[in-house]
Write a protein that binds this ligand. Sequence first.
Ligand code: ACO
Length: 282
Amino acid sequence: MTDQATGLASLPQKNVLVTVEEGVAWVKFNRPEKRNAFNPGIVYEMVQVLDVLEMEDSVGCVVITGAGEAFSAGQDLKEYFREPDAGHPVLRERLHKANSGWQWRRMMYFPKPTIAMVNGWCFGGAFQILLGCDLAIADEDATFGLSEINWGIIPAGIVTKSVAMALSQRKALYYIMTGETFDGRTAEDIGLVNFAVPKEQLVARTTALAKKLMEKNPNVLRACKTAYHYTREMSWDMAAEYLAAKSDQTKYRDPEDGSTKGMKQFLDEKSYRPGLGAYRRD
Ligand code: ACO
């Protein structure tokens, strides 16, 4: 699908490093000396990375993580806030749009499964990409914090809304209002990440999860996440109608005709049980 001009070979591999292994794209923020704070370099490179990865047939799952001891220390206070705020307003607007584009909408509806692998510090704006990913695994000793309150801003971008969707009101407001840090185990307890594991197991557990996702029918997986995000904003009646239509569309567009195969294997061949595993895809 991709060629030299638009494919993996076209990526700068500067602020963001990308490697592909056995179908998993490992996307690593690469400013360890600045704790992977999101500067314009990361923002614009991530837009490019996502453009390439969604079209790259060799990629079935995307893992997002950070180089060094940080996942990300959030937005770059100097290069994302202070300098652009003092510069041309159109350029500032362009930067903010590109940032919310990749961290939020792009991730929410990204056509392949995504996993945040939180390997260390995770602050402020980094919550956006954390919650933009479908699933998340953290080092149990990673440090999380909505630190905005501590230096005079609110969790903006779309962080406050994302946190409100993911956590209970009590937990969300507690961390927003106190700025208190918490570790990976607490992040699992409050539902911010799926699992917290010892550092030495982080890559293996993430790889296993990515492989599990890649065993599923990718067409249906894509429709599942799209339907999840859209129906959250709909009334019950609208959601029921949308899901009926989305279900037909998913079946109609499925190149491997999964539902027919599954039914045949269960009803006719009696060769599998849906409750105990997946249908045979080949
Ligand atoms: N923006 C810009 N630069 C940053 C950021 C950031 N968010 N975070 C770290 N850096 C820089 C530091 O200024 C320092 O640069 P320097 O070497 O040129 O002085 C370098 O990264 C290393 O940072 P240290 O603080 O020395 O690293 P340490 O390991 O001691 O601490 C920690 C790491 C806890 C993450 C600390 O850097 C920190 O508190 N950073 C800010 C976290 C934060 O509040 N993020 C939210 C930003 S606002 C938002 O996202 C909306």
